[in-house]
Design a binder for this molecule. Structure first.
Ligand code: ATP
Ligand code: MG
Length: 398
């Protein structure tokens, strides 16, 4: 057993001592079989949330209505979820109600894919009621039970299938894929926040092109904001070598916005409910990518972009087979005389007292002028020099 599981064994033992069942479940069991790195160790149990809270001293209610309690154990935290079924799904999204049950089988049945419907007991024996191990060995994504029914219950599962196709380099089993083709439109019922998470994981996966090809072929792209009419443009993404991996969501969105020729990047990302931080970064990045089509980085562009975006722009250029030199351009950024207005050797206050003028439009413009000159190394960043130059500038301009 990998170390992450051994550390969690006392939790399973304590639950069993109290007379309940407990197993490792979900992605972490799949990842052991695949010999992949384990992210989070999830535990499922026949004990109800209130019973778990009596067994462990330190717990946090994270999603108690869904049956999940967080247990703190030796600096780690574990999500312990009561076996449950998700009864009626009337709106293709979340279950109307979850029912806690005492049977592991019932719990495994409601899981999305056979590879994710595995449980493992504390001895390391795997409980495989749906041939999940076989699916993993064949590298196949297979819905548990009837694929159409499962996507009707929760349409997000279709996006999860595409994401796993990219992340794990698994192929979708024929019926599972056919059901996505049939039901892709149900995706429009799903909140964009949930789709977002799967979409970014898809782009960051090792088999990005396979995930993207499935995303296009199944029609799922038609239900994603900004992509409705971009089927052909999306296909062009498949021409880029996927061995260049996408490292984070900013790079992912820059790659997408630039190649799909999205004109209103903010509007596009707002529809995806991206954070303001992401929107600002991607917008700037796409502008710089366009400038980089025809010119090398200027000092002003480096300054305006900031270190992070300089590096992302070069990474995107590498992704799309454009000449790229991240190291060199980040070094040029690091060599800039100042990195922000705060580092300018004079402040607004300095100018006010030196020039004995009252505040006005001239002040911001003069500071902006000095900032530009210093960034471009036309002036050195020395207080006396900048004060003198500011007097000349004000005399010329105002
Ligand atoms: P990752 O390695 O990315 O965490 P994961 O398979 O662990 O992948 P999670 O989102 O962490 O995915 O979910 C944990 C488990 O919960 C899954 O393995 C699956 O059994 C179940 N699950 C998650 N989302 C769904 C869903 N929408 N429908 C059914 N089962 C789900
Ligand atoms: Mg997980």
């Amino acid at each position: 057993l990998p170390e992450e599981f051994i550390k969690a064994l006392p939790i399973i033992e304590k639950i069993e001592e109290a007379g309940f069942e407990a197993y490792f479940v979900g992605g972490s069991v799949r990842d052991i079989i695949l010999d992949h790195e384990i992210h989070d160790v999830d535990i499922a149990t026949s004990a109800f949330p209130e019973e778990i809270k009596q067994i462990f001293k330190k717990t946090i209610d994270v999603g108690i209505e869904h049956g999940t309690v967080l247990v703190l154990h030796e600096d780690e935290q574990y999500e312990i979820t009561t076996f449950r079924t998700e009864s009626t799904y009337q709106d293709y999204r979340r279950p109307d109600e979850v029912t806690f049950v005492r049977s592991l089988e019932e719990d495994l049945k409601r899981r999305d894919f056979t590879m994710n419907a595995l449980a493992m007991n504390k001895e390391g024996n795997i409980i495989d009621l749906f041939n999940g191990i076989e699916a993993i060995n064949r590298k196949e994504i297979v819905a548990v039970g009837d694929a159409s029914e499962r996507f009707n219950e929760d349409a997000l599962r279709m996006m999860r299938a595409l994401r796993f196709s990219s992340q794990l380099s698994f192929a979708m089993e024929e019926k599972t894929k056919a059901a996505i083709v049939t039901h892709h439109q149900l995706l429009s019922k799903i909140s964009i926040e949930r789709i977002y998470i799967e979409w970014i994981k898809l782009l960051m996966g090792e088999s990005r092109n396979q995930g993207l090809a499935d995303f296009i072929e199944t029609g799922c792209y038609e239900c994603c904001p900004g992509f409705e009419t971009k089927g052909e443009k999306l296909k062009e993404l498949l021409l880029f070598d996927e061995s260049q991996r996408i490292e984070n969501e900013m790079i992912a969105w820059m790659f997408i916005s630039y190649n799909l020729e999205i004109t209103d990047v903010s509007g596009f990302l707002k529809k995806w409910k991206a954070s303001n931080k992401v929107i600002a970064a991607v917008k700037e990045g796409v502008q710089q990518l366009k400038k980089r089509e025809t010119e090398e980085w200027s000092k002003l562009n480096l300054y305006q972009a900031g270190r992070e975006i300089v590096s992302y722009v070069e990474k995107v250029r590498l992704l799309i087979n454009q000449a790229s030199d991240e190291e060199q351009n980040v070094r040029l950024y690091d060599e800039l005389a100042i990195k922000s207005m705060k580092e300018l050797a004079v402040s607004g206050k300095d100018l006010l007292s030196y020039l004995e003028k009252s505040p006005g439009q001239w002040l911001g413009e003069t500071l902006g002028y000095l900032e530009k000159e210093v960034v471009q190394s036309k002036l050195t960043n020395e207080k006396d020099l900048l004060l003198k130059r500011s007097a000349e500038f004000v005399k010329e301009m105002f």
